[in-house]
Ligand binder design. Structure first.
Ligand code: PEP
Ligand code: MG
Length: 319
């Protein structure tokens, strides 16, 4: 099957009627990026940097991070890599930071919430990413955003770091794109406001599903309720894509849903511009892209968005 699919590592990622949809890789470190190359990703849609922080006894230094980001930037050459800033908390802990006892860690002190309290941690990461941006095409993405204020505060810190790099005469990409993950219903519903402060969105369907349905993504007992096919999740995704396009910007998806090959047509029909996934899914998803008619996909999406249940959506997808 791999040999039959291999040609899709090099084909243009365009639908039959010429709509470009980038098919990218999710990675956790530079070695993942290297391993993804054989599948011909159009870029890295999600670099989960928390793995550089986990399994250590102290914060990774600026240089340590810089070296890892630079490796990825150089590997990907002119293709973009979206580096997500530290997304810790929830079920992901660090031995060298005290989260205290939290009743609901997934609703607690995590990701950008923590980073905006520990601004030195965030600024160190920004410095490392910006310095590495001189070696390739990097983008920055903030996780777990719920409001405009968080974005403005993070952007202000980023500008501070840019100014100090300039003062030190250190090179970086001054036009680096900044985006946010849309993984809370609050962010999805206010996407039209949030888009004013960023260049792009990437939809994190793993958390968006959990928070929209109030279903813990890791709880086996309610696993049957955890479904991104729920029309509520699909309609939120549609709102986000439309808000970004209205502002002349773009939206990708980096949750697990993006890599589900039986959904490619629906996701393209909803209007997603980029899909990022486990590298081993890239070939089969790109094969779908080149066989899809965008105009037909839009009609399918309209049907799916009007369904009453996740089961009905799934049945439509398998028709
Ligand atoms: C998501 O929530 O969909 C996502 C991509 O982030 P993570 O799985 O790392 O929480
Ligand atoms: Mg997430």
């Amino acid at each position: 099957a791999m040999t039959e699919l291999r040609k899709y590592a090099t084909t243009a990622s365009n639908t039959v009627d010429g709509r470009n949809v980038e098919i990218c890789a999710n990675i956790g470190n530079a070695s993942d990026a290297g391993n993804s190359m054989k599948f011909g990703p159009n870029g890295v849609g999600l670099f989960r940097t928390e793995f550089l922080y986990m399994g250590k006894s102290n914060w990774p230094s600026e240089d340590e991070q810089f070296e890892e980001y630079k490796k990825v930037a150089e590997l990907m050459q002119d293709k973009a890599t979206i580096i997500r800033t530290l997304d810790i908390g929830g079920d992901k802990e660090l031995s060298y930071i005290d989260f205290g006892k939290e009743e609901n860690p997934f609703l607690g002190w995590r990701a950008m919430r923590m980073c905006l309290d520990k601004t030195d941690v965030l600024k160190t990461q920004f410095r490392a990413i910006l310095r590495a941006s001189a070696y390739g095409k990097l983008m920055i993405m903030y996780p777990m955003i719920i409001n405009v204020t968080e974005v403005k505060r993070a952007n202000a810190l980023l500008e501070e770091v840019k100014a100090s790099l300039k003062a030190e005469n250190l090179p970086f990409d001054e036009a680096i794109q900044v985006g946010i993950m849309i993984e809370t219903p609050a962010a999805a519903v206010t996407a039209d406001s949030l888009i004013k402060y960023v260049d792009f969105f990437s939809i994190g369907t793993n958390d968006l599903t959990q928070y929209t349905l109030a279903v813990d993504r890791g709880n086996e007992k309610i696993a049957d309720l955890y479904t991104p096919y729920h029309p509520a999740v699909l309609r939120l995704i549609k709102m986000v894509v439309d808000a970004s396009h209205k502002a002349g910007k773009w939206t990708g998806m980096c949750g697990e849903l993006a890599g589900e090959a039986n959904l490619t047509k629906l996701l393209i029909g909803i209007g997603l511009d980029e899909l990022s996934m486990t590298a081993s899914s890239i070939l089969s998803v790109r094969k779908n892209v080149v066989n899809i008619h965008y105009e037909e996909a839009k009609k399918l999406a309209q049907k799916a968005l009007n369904m009453e249940t996740a089961e009905a959506v799934l049945a439509l997808m398998n028709e």
